[in-house]
Design a protein around this ligand. Structure first.
Ligand SMILES: Cc1cc2nc3c(=O)[nH]c(=O)nc-3n(C[C@H](O)[C@H](O)[C@H](O)COP(=O)(O)OP(=O)(O)OC[C@H]3O[C@@H](n4cnc5c(N)ncnc54)[C@H](O)[C@@H]3O)c2cc1C
Ligand SMILES: Cc1cc2nc3c(=O)[nH]c(=O)nc-3n(C[C@H](O)[C@H](O)[C@H](O)COP(=O)(O)O)c2cc1C
Ligand code: SF4
Ligand code: SF4
Ligand code: SF4
Ligand code: FES
Length: 1017
């Protein structure tokens, strides 16, 4: 590069070209001239910098400042501010997606700083249409070295020793291929570059050719010299016009500079290159099909052997390599095999370029050493999952590949390790899927592609993939059968065995790998007719309802509220849910997580709207009464008056049964009453909903402990025909560290129970809470309200990993609770038999655990002491099932009651179980759902139809709203509920989150997109 005061690199890769980089370049150039800077500032067009979703991009050197998402006006400002006055334009800089931190320098951005660029060494750094810039970065040095200082054997040996393997998908050792081609007898040989790149989403090869075409040209000349060829072909797909244009240009320049043509560099070596344009069929990327296509024949694979190195193009020995494979060669020859082999693993050397796409924050082209753990690519380079969603799988290897689930995030991305997991490194497509991806649909997408691309030559591939696709479509439509899974595996095996080429041999991979790791999702589609990701729309009306564990018709009540029909809304809500005022306050609202409105701005406030309808209902008289079937006098016993037990009782009473709830405590509500504090769930709200349940004929017997005051024999003898165990998970988990028994140490659930039962009314001094879940945060906020001077939460991972609800953590901090992350307790310290503090260790995050989070590891020597007058340990709860001894009911290894997934029946006939004692500590909405499902299963067991109410659905689907929907489909902030001012929360348990006013509720409800209408079409 010529020396100038500043270099302005304008990315002109295909993505930036299509997002308007040319206008940016013109604007910069014009402004530079206008400001008289043309002598000092050089504007250069480069190939892809890598982070295409940030384009159009400009990179300014010597500072290395990256400006993103530019318009021509921004470009002018960059000139007048940055280039003229030396002031960085902050608003145009990159922002870290999660923290929103501004990072000016490209080198400091996670996406770039975690990469090692060998293949992409020049992409985004030079003008691909200027051979001098390539030469200035040692371009064609390797060719000169090869021709003048190395024998052909030495070159091949160097490539062999480097450990480079083919990047086109197969991973065959490149040096070996070169050796075979060299050893193949024949006066005429060819070298071919495979730039067909047919994998959907892959664009590594295109970017190399667009950004650094000379690296491939140089490599092909070296290869030709090594194997004894004089003619080469680059086979490139017609869909890559920019790459073709730059290749044509580069080949012309290389000829001019005598790097191609006759007597190259005056060494007597002749070699020239031609471009052949492919027709775009995926199968033409297969090497034998590709060579037929170059010969002008139909691009269909043929059996191998003979391999191309023996009998290839025009029947002559042919060395065929992929673009990326070639792009490595000049660097290997220049720096030596040992230098290259320092990167990667024992058997997979060097780096690999991936087209990182899907649900990650940073997408684009990335190059990392082979063997980099998958999780590092996804979380360090890719910046983690978008919108704080959960990682589900990474699909590697495109349509021939497979997916890698959360429990394998530590897998090193190298040929062997990835193959062991049923995927392939392939050519480098890496699509990250989050929780919103349906794995059945994912497999269907890839199979659909393969099926379309099958050349049809062999029947197992042509017909078998079609059959597999039909089955997948059936499953996605809810019409699958369990036998379909076996049929899929059988067809897959047959196709793999009988297919002629790689396409058919790998076609079943996406199905097999999703079946390997996500079989439960297939079963859910088939048996439950449920798509947990909310993708297979034939299975539901709208994603919100699909995501609600209680199958709440959320779209229905939201629409009714938008029309001001509050009473109708509550009737609809209560069909599925006897705790709307409770859930409207404490539900973790998975419905909102799947709400389609989030694609425009934020999800509809489905939970808050439920609360609004429920609060209106409570405030009016008469409040809602469900339809009660004719009493049948059949008695059902329910153990535990938590949300699971009370919901079951509610639905059984609606069906005409006579349920009695036996509760050990003097209050009903379970954790709603003795766990969640009043400032989140006021007692009168809970009590009103419990009373509504009692009012329809549910009897609650307090202070009656099952296993002590009553037994199953007593109940059966008393005429109870079925028994539901809904006893929750109330036993606090021990920390297992010294000092736990000291006075002043309590477990979170016991502490909150005492607070809620008014047994503890005052706390003083410093309180340390250990844990990061809801119990920890509730205990911390309760302690603060009860008079603690200082409350600290000690959590062993990072804040984003805390299981507590984000809003609750934010509120806790707002109220003054201090959250210390990456801290774990070693021992509880005591003075005079009373707690005085906690000795802690600082933690760092290491490898990924099965939950997809990085596991904390102690940092040696980092111990420190947190002073405390009280320590609350809130690290988890488990069910206390001691009452089951001798009852013959099976318990799982995780100490929960074993049940049939669908009917919730235990191993003993007539005994059912629901809620936290089945799931472990979970949530209210899941407890309600379990209660409802258990009630329906008990109904069937006792001779009923097991059908829940569904009175409104058909009418609602047809409902036409009276307002102008299009107005509300524009971007529009969601209405947030007001919060009690901080000053009014001091030392009291008044409710913090205040409900909507009518107007706000109606406006919010109008933001609904009525997805069900679309689904119905
Ligand atoms: C502090 C805290 C905060 C939480 N916050 C939220 C939240 O914001 N949102 C959310 O969705 N979930 C939250 N949860 C979880 C939620 O409360 C539980 O998942 C839910 O209450 C479980 O319902 P359940 O009916 O299965 O059990 P529980 O609510 O635990 O009810 C079980 C009942 O059975 C009784 N019982 C136990 N053994 C016997 C026996 N032998 N005989 C008779 N009775 C017995 C218990 O006394 C209790 O009343 C929270 C939990 C806690 C502890
Ligand atoms: C259906 C099918 C499509 C393929 N598509 C490509 C492709 O687009 N690019 C590529 O380099 N290799 C592709 N391959 C692999 C090639 O057949 C060949 O193995 C590769 O180009 C060899 O180069 P390498 O040794 O440098 O990897 C494909 C293989 C199959 C079976
Ligand atoms: S396996 Fe499929 S794509 Fe390959 S040759 Fe046979 S029919 Fe064609
Ligand atoms: S936009 Fe409306 S119908 Fe669609 S998911 Fe959200 S609440 Fe449900
Ligand atoms: S109960 Fe919870 S998940 Fe279900 S619709 Fe209401 S807020 Fe959503
Ligand atoms: S095309 Fe500009 S960053 Fe990729």
């Amino acid at each position: 590069m010529e020396s100038s005061r500043a270099h302005v690199l304008v990315c002109a890769g295909a993505a930036c070209v299509s997002s308007g980089c040319r206008e940016i370049r013109d604007a910069v150039v014009n402004k530079v001239i206008e400001q008289g800077l043309q002598e000092e500032v050089k504007v250069i067009e480069t190939g892809c910098i890598g982070s295409c979703d940030l384009g159009p991009l400009v990179l300014i050197y010597p500072e290395g400042v990256l400006y993103q998402k530019l318009t021509p006006q921004d470009a002018e400002e960059i000139v007048s501010e940055h280039l003229l006055k030396g002031r960085i334009v902050e608003r145009l800089l990159y922002r870290e997606p999660v923290t929103a931190k501004i990072i000016p320098s490209l080198k400091e951005i996670d996406f770039f700083k975690n990469q090692v660029k060998i293949v992409l060494r020049n992409c985004g750094a030079i003008n691909p249409q200027n051979i001098d810039e390539y030469i200035a970065r040692d371009g064609y040095f390797a060719l000169a070295k090869s021709l003048t200082a190395m024998t052909r054997e030495e070159i091949i040996d160097e490539v062999l020793k480097s450990g480079l393997r083919g990047r086109g998908g197969g991973g065959f050792p490149t040096g070996m291929k070169w050796k075979f081609a060299f050893q193949s007898p024949g006066d005429v040989k060819y070298v071919v570059c495979n730039a067909d790149e047919g994998d959907p989403g892959a664009f590594m090869d295109r970017s190399v050719l667009e950004g650094d075409p000379h690296s491939v040209i140089e490599a092909m000349a070296i290869a030709a010299y090594a194997v004894g060829a004089q003619q080469g072909f680059i086979y490139i797909r017609a869909e890559y016009p920019l790459a073709i244009e730059r290749l044509v240009w580069a080949i012309g320049q290389a000829r001019e500079y005598k790097f191609l043509g006759k007597n190259i560099l005056d060494t007597g070596f002749n070699f020239d290159l031609d471009i052949r344009i492919g027709a775009g069929a995926f199968v033409c990327g297969e090497e034998t099909a590709l060579m037929f296509s170059i010969e002008g024949k139909r691009g269909e694979p043929r059996p191998r052997p003979p391999f191309p190195v023996v009998k290839g193009l025009f029947n002559a020995p042919t060395l065929l390599n992929n673009v990326e494979t070639y792009a490595n060669i000049p660097a290997i020859i220049m720096n030596g095999a040992a230098w290259y082999a320092q990167y990667g693993t024992e058997r997979s050397k060097g780096t690999k370029v991936f087209a990182l796409a899907g649900a990650v924050n940073n997408t684009g082209l990335v190059e990392v050493p082979m063997g980099t753990p998958l999780g590092d690519i996804v979380f360090n380079v890719g910046g983690g999952i978008k919108n704080k969603k959960k990682y589900k799988a990474a699909q590697l290897g495109g349509p021939s590949g497979g997916c890698i689930p959360i429990q394998h995030l530590n897998v090193p991305v190298d040929y062997e390790s990835i193959t062991e997991l049923g995927a392939i490194v392939g050519s480098g497509g890496l699509i990250v899927a989050d929780e919103d991806t349906c794995m059945v649909d994912f497999a269907r997408f890839f199979l659909d592609f393969i099926q379309e691309e099958s050349c049809g030559k062999c029947p197992p591939c042509r017909i078998g993939t079609k059959r597999m696709l039909e089955i997948l479509k059936r499953i996605a439509h809810g019409e699958g059968k369990l036998e379909d899974i076996d049929t899929l595996v059988e067809l897959a095996t047959r196709i793999k065995d009988a297919a002629l080429c790689g396409l058919g041999q790998t076609a079943p991979n996406p199905v097999l790998s999703t079946l390997r790791f996500f079989k439960n999702e297939y079963i859910e589609h088939i048996v439950d007719k449920h798509c947990r990701a909310g993708v297979c729309s034939s299975l539901f009306d709208a994603p919100c309802q699909n995501a609600c564990p209680t199958d709440q018709n959320a779209w229905g009540y939201v629409t009714l509220i938008s029309e001001g029909k509050f009473k109708e809304a509550i009737s609809l809500i209560r069909e599925a849910n006897p705790f709307p005022a409770v859930l409207g306050r404490v539900c973790y609202h998975p419905c909102e997580n799947k709400c389609r409105r989030a694609q425009i701005d934020q999800p509809v406030a489905i939970c808050a709207l439920k609360r609004y309808a429920a609060d209106v209902d409570m405030a009016t008289f008469p409040s809602f009464k469900p339809y009660i079937a004719k009493p049948n006098n059949i008695k059902v016993a329910i153990i535990g008056a938590g949300p699971a037990g009370l919901s079951a009782a509610y639905f059984l009473a609606c069906k005409g049964y006579k349920p009695t709830v036996f509760e050990s405590l003097p209050v009903a509500g379970g954790m709603l009453a003795v766990g969640i504090p009043d400032y989140r769930l006021p007692r009168e709200i809970l009590n009103a909903e419990i009373k509504a349940i009692a009012d329809i004929g549910v009897e609650i017997k307090y202070n009656t402990r099952f296993g002590k005051d009553i037994t199953s024999e007593d109940l059966l003898a008393d005429g109870y025909r079925a028994i539901l165990l809904a006893t929750g998970a109330h036993r606090g988990q021990k920390l297992g560290i010294p000092g736990e028994e000291v006075t002043g140490v309590a477990d979170g659930v016991t502490f909150l129970r005492s607070v809620n039962l008014n047994e503890i009314v005052k706390v003083s001094g410093k309180v340390a809470v250990i844990g990061g879940g809801n119990v920890a945060i509730d205990a911390a906020r309760a302690a603060l309200r009860l008079g603690a001077d200082e409350v600290s939460v000690l959590y062993r991972r990072e804040r984003d990993d805390m299981p507590a609800y984000t809003e609750e953590i934010d509120d806790a901090e707002h109220e003054g609770v201090r959250i210390h992350t990456l801290v774990a307790p070693n021992k509880i310290l005591a003075k005079n038999g009373k707690v005085s503090g906690v000795e802690c260790t600082r933690m760092s995050l290491g490898k990924f655990d099965n939950s997809g989070r990085r596991a904390p590891q102690a940092i040696a020597g980092s111990e420190f002491i947190v002073d405390a007058d009280m320590v609350i340990s809130a690290i988890g709860q488990s069910p206390d099932l001691s009452y089951l001894k001798g009852d013959g009911i099976k318990i799982t290894k995780s100490n929960t009651v074993e049940v049939d997934r669908k009917t919730l029946v235990t191993s003993k006939e007539g005994f059912y179980a629901a809620g936290d004692n089945v799931r472990g500590p979970a949530s209210v909405v899941e407890a309600v759902a379990d209660g409802k499902n258990a009630a329906m299963a008990i109904d069937v067991y006792l001779g009923g139809d097991g059908l829940a109410m569904n009175a409104f659905r058909d009418e609602l689907v047809k409902m036409i709203v009276s307002y102008d929907e299009t107005e509300y489909q524009k971007e529009r902030e969601r209405s947030e509920m007001p919060h009690l001012p901080l000053a009014k929360r001091y030392r009291n348990f008044n409710e913090v989150v205040l409900g909507y006013q009518a107007q706000a509720a109606v406006e919010e409800a109008k933001r609904c997109l009525h997805c069900y209408l679309r689904e119905e079409e």
